[in-house]
Design a protein around this ligand. Structure first.
Ligand code: ADP
Length: 334
């Protein structure tokens, strides 16, 4: 169980709901995206038609579901929520589509994981607002074309590259969500603390923001663990030292690295002299699946400049050596 996982953990679902802003104004950061979306929605409102389909792409925990909810709220229309993996047959999608109300938002999370047949049905529905419904079974089965009211699909994906281009082409608005700078996460932590009715100092908020890997979901999760700390210790206000103590209990360090991230860096540095070392060797040494090391640790370590991936393997940078409290050899990568 990783506290710093950007994917939802079990106890996130409740908090994801209670901490979700429901207006664009309440959505923190991503200023350009917000401005674009505002214009886009305003135009649709003025024309009095449902907006074009929207694609939201980006890593988990950055606000895709939240934005979909905001769009439905801002337009004052209902939202239906489902996901690629939840739809097993084209028929599942057909029955959802044929029950949509006029103007409704259909949120399709992990849209890159839709089965092929459902994908094809979706193309037609998105373009022509039409779906072929199968009636009956066996030789007597027939398909009845059904005209749908206009609606808006909001697709979300963590793997935009996996979307077939005909599907991508059917979205009139595509947004790429990016990791949040610490300054924006700080505002987010402040807002969430207010919602949770937790008193917390500015420096405590900024420390939490710094350790949250640019990811709102992680920031909110760490804040909840800090709230536990405050409850147990009967604190009336949380300060910087409380954040440090609470998070060190969960072994999350000043850069937001957890035990596994540190094990990866330490292994490269101490067992392989800084690298290069291959992924499978490295994973075996830290006792983790290669997949986990690759998809969970490395992206953040690379982004923050602790690790470099080269054709020969992973190399720890000078920043990694320094962070581990070791002095790097002369020729180490910056
Ligand atoms: P995704 O769908 O991209 O995985 P979510 O939309 O579920 O992410 O966001 C995860 C959590 O982070 C939710 O609790 C949400 O309220 C919060 N969150 C994400 N982005 C923002 C934002 N820009 N402002 C405020 N809260 C946010």
């Amino acid at each position: 169980l990783r506290m710093v996982s950007a994917a939802p953990l079990d106890d996130d679902s409740v908090s994801d709901e209670e901490l979700r802003p429901n207006t664009l104004e309440g959505f923190i950061g991503q200023p350009r995206l917000k401005a674009q979306l505002e214009l886009f929605l305003e135009a649709a409102r003025k024309r009095d038609v449902p907006p074009d389909h929207i694609l939201l792409a980006g890593p988990p925990g950055l606000g895709k579901t939240t934005l979909a909810m905001i769009v439905s709220h801002e337009l004052g229309v209902p939202i239906r929520v489902t996901s690629g993996p939840a739809i097993q047959h084209a028929g599942d999608l057909a029955s959802i589509l044929s029950s949509l109300e006029s103007g409704e938002v259909l949120f399709l999370d992990e849209i890159h994981r839709l089965p092929r047949a459902a994908e094809e049905l979706l193309y037609i529905a998105m373009e022509d607002f039409r779906v072929d419904v199968m009636v009956g079974k066996g030789p007597g089965a027939s398909s009845i074309p059904l005209t749908l009211p206009r609606f808006t699909v909001i697709g979300a994906t963590t793997r935009e590259g996996m979307l077939p281009s005909p599907l991508r082409a059917r979205f009139g608005f595509t947004a790429h969500l990016d990791f949040y700078p610490a300054s924006e996460l700080e505002k987010l932590v402040e807002r969430s603390a207010t919602v949770l009715d937790l008193h917390i100092t500015q420096t405590a908020c900024s420390e939490l923001a710094k350790r949250s890997r640019g990811t709102p979901r992680i920031a909110n999760r760490l804040l909840r663990r800090v709230r536990d700390w405050a409850i147990v210790h009967d604190l009336s206000k949380v300060d910087y030292e409380d954040v440090k103590s609470a998070l060190s209990l969960y072994q999350i360090d000043s850069e937001g690295l957890d035990r596994l991230d540190l094990a990866v860096l330490r292994t490269i540095v101490t067992s392989f002299d800084g690298g290069p070392v291959g992924l499978s060797n490295l994973s075996a040494m830290v006792g983790e699946e290669a997949e986990t090391v690759q998809t969970v640790c490395e992206p953040y370590l690379v982004r923050e400049g602790f690790l470099v991936r080269t054709p020969k393997g992973r190399i720890a940078t000078k920043k990694a050596w320094t962070h581990l409290g070791l002095s790097a050899p002369e020729d180490v990568m910056k």
